[in-house]
Write a protein that binds this ligand. Sequence first.
Ligand code: SF4
Length: 147
Amino acid sequence: MKPKPDFATTEREVRAIYSEWAQRPLVRNCTGIADCCRFRLVGHTPYLTRGEAHVAAKAWRAAGRKEVVTPADGSCPFLHAKTGKCQIYEGRPFGCRTHFCDAAGGPAARNDVRDLIQRLEAIDLMLGGNGAVNLPTAVREAMTRMK
Ligand code: SF4
């Protein structure tokens, strides 16, 4: 029988990766304008590995939410329509931490994130994933797996 994915351990590892990233000496300053959360505006949607999706789904559930609904304007489902703030900020995926908009200093260089991405990909494999999936779908699927 296939072993059950160990989400608790992998969650700790994903959070450790986020924490390592935060400690890297790159000067960036997110001003919270949330343009990067308006996917149609910026023309791209973040892709999440399974470990990231699990952490984001836990944060969304902790906020009392049971569904991931994409707004009509195509923005991130976790962007608060009125405040313009991320509602899962502590659990936001790696892409949201590294793909900075120009106002925040521009995206992180591949060399600055490569090792951390490789670790996230290894966790994805461990959890039975097959590569990163677009944010709304990834978190929706993670919530289903948590049921
Ligand atoms: S998860 Fe949060 S930071 Fe990332 S795109 Fe959505 S609202 Fe923005």
